[in-house]
Write a protein that binds this ligand. Structure first.
Ligand code: FES
Ligand SMILES: [Fe+2]
Length: 380
């Protein structure tokens, strides 16, 4: 992140006054509880946001080698994103054109040498999705006239980020979609980071509650009082909108110390958890010395698959270095999966009871307000 940008952001904190009230949103907001519980609302979100896309798929560094692939479900569509020999990416619909089996094992990563073989009857597909053969069928399919290559959908790569459009082939304009978020995000050199590990869990909560978790620092003081609260500010976050997306920067408790130095020495990076909300599917987080990526896939209105990935700035050369990054991921997931997400599951159950008509988002939760206002606008 450029120095001037860090100074500009830190200046907002320095000028924010008592309990960072200067960072507050202009107005609070109420949101119907049905946004989290209503089946028709969920179907609309899945269709308009996740199926039509674009949807953030992950960091390109995970798929840097020719043949590298990752399979995932996006907006309910099974997709395999594969790095081609010429360096481009393809997003294949991971459904065999014979009778619908997944050609590549679902929810995996790997590297394909030349071709994928369907596990059901052994049809062979190239890394580009083209049907290469139907071994040992003695001409049984010779009268089939339909093209049996794997379907493809749009994929785009820019600033080290991959986006897909599971619902079709209309090209993705990444910069247009990011609406300015790329100005800071591009500076992080995400393509140079190294994937350490990803872990996936399924939670009984609406997909938005995953993103809500990261959208304010207000809960740190109480929910995380026995873990991270002493080290972090709980008053407000720095917030900037980028179209439907936004950045939410959580602050260390001692952030104001930095503003007592000469301005040429100011640095936000040691004090900020810089979280880019890439709506609808995830977060890219720069934290001190590493990058974390969160991806959400709505399974149904109250079930969400969540994948957390850890990326290091350089390849870990020793086992000790590797352990350091794995431990970092352990700690991150320990706080979220023992403190944040169990509470979010209780919130989901409470909202499902129908006994609470609406939620209230305060002025000290600006990214939360922006996220839900944008969703309302996009779904209108
Ligand atoms: S379903 Fe793939 S070969 Fe039959
Ligand atoms: Fe939290």
């Amino acid at each position: 992140m450029r120095h001037e940008r860090q100074v500009e952001l830190l200046r907002r904190v320095a000028d924010a006054g008592d309990h960072l009230r200067g960072l507050h949103a202009p107005a609070s907001m109420t949101n119907p509880a049905s946004c989290y519980t209503d089946q028709a609302h969920f179907e609309r979100e899945r269709q308009l946001l996740f199926r039509q896309g674009p949807v953030f798929f992950g960091l390109a560094t995970e798929l840097s080698e020719p043949g590298a692939y990752r399979t995932d479900t996006v907006g309910g569509v099974p997709i395999a994103v594969v790095r081609q020999a010429d360096g481009t990416l393809r997003a294949l619909v991971n459904i065999c054109r014979h009778r619908g089996a997944p050609v590549v094992a679902p929810h995996t990563t790997g590297r394909v040498a030349r071709s994928f073989t369907c596990p059901y009857h052994g049809w062979v597909f190239g890394a580009d999705g083209s049907l290469l053969g139907r071994p040992l069928t003695a001409g049984a399919f010779d009268d089939v006239t339909a093209n049996c290559d794997l379907h493809q959908v749009a994929v785009a790569e820019r600033h080290g980020l991959i986006f897909v459009r599971p619902g079709g082939q209309e090209p993705i304009d990444v910069d247009g979609f990011l609406s300015g978020a790329q100005d800071d995000l591009g500076d992080f050199g995400l393509q140079n980071y190294v994937h350490i590990e990803s872990r996936t869990s399924t939670f009984h909560m609406n997909w938005k509650l995953v993103l809500d978790t990261f959208s304010e620092s207000y809960h740190i003081r109480t929910l995380h009082r026995d873990s991270i609260a002493p080290r972090f500010n709980s008053d407000c976050v720095i917030f900037d909108p980028f179209g439907r997306h936004c950045v939410s920067i959580g602050l260390r408790a001692d952030v104001l110390d930095e503003t007592h130095k000469p301005v040429e020495e100011w640095s936000l990076l040691p004090y900020g958890t810089i979280q880019y909300f890439l709506v609808p599917s995830g977060l890219v987080v720069h934290q001190l010395d590493h990058v974390e990526v969160w991806r959400v896939e709505p399974v149904d209105v109250r079930t969400t698959r969540v994948t957390t990935s850890m990326f290091a700035p350089t390849p870990p050369e020793t086992e000790k270095a590797m352990r350091y990054w794995v431990k970092n991921l352990d700690l991150l997931l320990q706080v979220t999966t023992t403190e944040d997400f169990p509470l979010m599951e209780q919130i989901q159950a409470n909202l499902d009871s129908g006994a609470m008509p609406e939620l209230v988002y305060g002025r000290n939760e600006p990214p939360l307000i922006h996220f839900h206002r944008e969703l309302a606008r996009l779904l209108a």
